[in-house]
Design a protein. Structure first.
Length: 184
């Protein structure tokens, strides 16, 4: 099972970075598979620590994933790291093994600490739609233009019909991002 998270890391100077990352849960460890070109990958190599934020705030996914925004945060309890203020719960972890391909690293991590901030009250369809649209936006070069346009119309309808203002704003940001890159 792959669980979508907002993953935070620190660079060598201690500057926080937030990015959506899917985590693979195994029985005794967690795998994170960042592309080598990402800041998350560079930071995991240099510091060996990260925080997986399990968050229901899809606007935050879009802000950090597409616009590079440093989300509001507070210090992690057991590692040098940052926890997203708006998260429901989080896991502080350290890297125990690194593998991967030329394109994509694979870090096996162990969880050192779990924290909870607020109840996760469930996802509505607009949450899924924004997450799927944001994934599309991060794969512009790999997706056919016509398929992209069709999917965006579909996700946009769901976001508008079922979302609150936050999801509608998040979808609009994804839409603007794709349009600016001339892919729609
Ligand atoms: C829901 C979601 C899941 C993602 N999962 C991954 C992932 O597992 N690995 C990866 O390299 N990029 C993933 N991405 C894309 C990165 O978040 C995106 O490239 C981001 O800009 C990387 O930021 P960074 O360079 O600050 O690390 C995902 C994007 C979304 C929206």
């Amino acid at each position: 099972m792959i669980v979508e998270t907002i993953f935070s890391t620190l660079d060598e100077e201690g500057r926080p970075n937030f990015a959506p990352m899917g985590l693979l849960f195994n029985d005794d460890s967690i795998l994170i598979r960042p592309y080598r070109k990402t800041q998350t990958c560079r930071n995991l190599f240099s510091t060996g620590h990260g925080v997986a934020n399990l968050a229901d705030d899809v606007l935050a996914y879009v802000q950090c994933g597409l616009y590079g925004i440093v989300l509001p945060h507070f210090p992690a309890a057991t590692i040098p790291g940052s926890v997203f203020d708006g998260t429901c719960s989080w896991m502080e972890m350290s890297v125990i093994e690194e593998k991967g391909t030329a394109e994509r690293a694979e870090f096996r991590c162990q969880v050192l600490h779990r924290g909870e901030r607020k109840e996760f009250t469930g996802f509505c369809r607009a949450h899924y739609a924004v997450i799927e649209a944001a994934i599309l936006a991060t794969r512009l070069d790999l997706t056919d233009r016509k398929i992209m346009a069709e999917k965006l119309i579909h996700y946009g309808e769901i976001a508008r019909k079922t979302g609150s203002d936050a999801e509608k704003q998040a979808f609009q940001l994804v839409h603007d991002y794709i349009r600016k890159r001339g892919k729609e």
